[in-house]
Every structure is written in structure tokens, then in C-alpha cells.
Design a protein around this ligand. Structure first.
Ligand code: ZN
Length: 266
């Protein structure tokens, strides 16, 4: 409606929102896929739950600039900071209201959350996973608009997990799929490299070693040079056996058969 000037119409809807606690989390877990989604014409947003500060070598201004550089490398049009506290991030009702308010503003079709438990790294990661799931549920609730800055109820249709490479658990997800990021791996790496305050040269070399190896290993299982692993909280529903199994544009199934263009790994 042209005449509408409500707050909701002032924010352009997003197709996909990816959420994680710290700037750099999403670049590492699913940066290639975010860049690829943008290339495919989808409107993508990154929601950083916190600034990521304090850290030993960073500060708020530097982290903001690095996150902006990373955004430009991925070409993602929207990146917001939800403004929750780093290091003490919790899946609490108040924090759910804050994230759900942004979901109600941007009304994505798909919510990606980084998922997994990282006992050797920040506990924020696991809390961010719980917070994203709970906020997706809260986002649809009626008669509570005052808790969501006056925004109206909105149900995010799909939830997708971006798996973390060093999860403490071996997960038996209902379903998983691998996105071929071979043609955008350079963008993913450029976005990670932007976080110079977090990765000095030694650390960056280690991160590159692990991320490259991880994405190669994950990709190889589906016949791709580089891949990112995602999971769903439910089995894949299918109307068409052959489309699901053989794949086509828009399908989650691999379109490159292992062994044709790449080593047969599975
Ligand atoms: Zn993190």
C-alpha cells in the first residue's frame, strides 16, 4: 500500500536472516552461503547479537569497522547489532523480546542460527542458539506488542541450523544438507580476514588451516570442492521423490554427483 507509512512498511523485508552472538561467528560458520544467497538475488541480513567486545585485542569502534568490511566482502545488504551484552549473553525473556522485535521488523522467510555448544570457546554461542529458537517462537505471539516495541506478530516460516565445526556433541539431526560454496570461498575468507583485531598473523594462519580443511571435508562428502553444513529441526518434506534426490535449481539435493567432477567421497 503506497499510502502506508507505518514503522513496519519502513523496513524492507528480508528473505534470510542469520543470527549469532559475535561479529565473525557467521562469517566462519556460514559466510560462503550468505554470499551465495546474495548472488542468487535473495535479500540477506546479518544480526549480531552483541558487539563482541570486550576482547583482549579489540575495541567497539574497531569491531564495528571490521564487521562493516566483512559485510561488504559478503555483499550482504543489512547488518544490525541487536545490542545485547557480550560474555554474559543469556537466553532470557528480556533478550528474547529484543531479538524477536527485530524479527518482527524484518519478517524473514528463513532464520539461520549458529547451532552447537563450544566448551572451549564462548558460552555465548550456545546461548545464542537457544535465544534464536525462543525468539522465533516469541515473534509470533499476540497481545504482547508492547513488549516488542509496538511491532505486530510475525511467524518466521523456516528455521535452519548453521553447524559449528567444533561442537561438543555429535548431533543426530533430523536432516542435514551441504551448500556448495566453491565459487564464493574467496569471499568468505576475505570476510573472516577483515577481523584483524581478533586474528593476528599466527592465529589467522591457524584459522585458515582449520576453516579451509573443514569446508573441504564437508564439501567433499557431496562432491563439492568447498561446502558448509546445515541442519534442519525436522526431516525434509518432499512432494517429488526424484526432485529431492536428483536435485535441480532450488532443491536442497546435490546437483554435482560425487566422482564426476571431484573425488568420490560418499
Ligand atoms: Zn563467537
Amino acid at each position: 500500500m503506497e499510502s502506508s507509512t507505518t514503522e513496519e512498511s519502513a523496513v524492507e523485508r528480508l528473505d534470510v536472516v542469520a543470527v549469532a552472538p559475535h561479529p565473525d561467528d557467521l562469517e566462519i560458520s556460514c559466510g560462503g552461503t550468505l554470499a551465495k544467497l546474495v548472488q542468487q538475488g535473495y535479500r540477506v541480513g546479518i544480526f549480531d547479537l552483541t558487539t563482541g567486545e570486550p576482547t583482549p585485542r579489540g575495541d567497539e569502534k574497531t569491531r564495528r569497522e571490521e564487521a562493516e568490511q566483512a559485510r561488504q566482502h559478503l555483499n550482504v545488504p543489512v547488518r544490525i547489532n541487536v545490542g545485547l551484552p557480550n560474555r554474559v549473553l543469556m537466553d532470557s525473556p528480556e533478550n528474547r523480546f529484543r531479538l524477536a522485535t527485530e524479527l518482527r521488523r524484518y519478517r524473514p522467510k528463513v532464520l539461520i542460527t549458529m547451532a552447537g555448544r563450544t566448551p572451549a570457546a564462548s558460552p555465548d554461542h550456545h546461548q545464542g542458539h537457544l535465544l534464536a529458537e525462543a525468539s522465533r517462537f516469541y515473534s509470533q505471539l499476540t497481545k504482547w506488542d508492547d513488549r516488542f516495541a509496538g511491532t505486530g506478530p510475525y511467524r518466521v516460516p523456516q528455521l535452519v541450523y548453521a553447524t559449528v565445526p567444533f561442537d561438543a556433541e555429535v548431533r543426530h539431526w533430523h536432516s542435514t544438507f551441504v551448500v556448495d560454496i566453491s565459487d564464493v570461498f574467496d569471499k568468505k575468507w576475505a570476510a573472516i580476514e577483515a577481523y584483524k583485531s581478533q586474528f593476528d598473523d599466527n592465529r589467522l594462519a591457524m584459522v585458515k588451516h582449520f576453516i579451509t580443511g573443514h569446508n573441504i571435508s564437508v564439501g567433499a562428502s557431496c562432491g563439492f570442492a568447498y561446502g558448509e553444513l546445515f541442519a534442519l529441526p525436522h526431516p525434509v518434506g518432499s512432494q517429488d521423490f526424484m526432485t529431492t534426490v536428483m536435485g535441480r535449481k532450488g532443491s536442497i539435493a546435490p546437483v554435482a554427483l560425487p566422482g564426476q567432477e571431484h573425488l568420490p567421497m560418499g
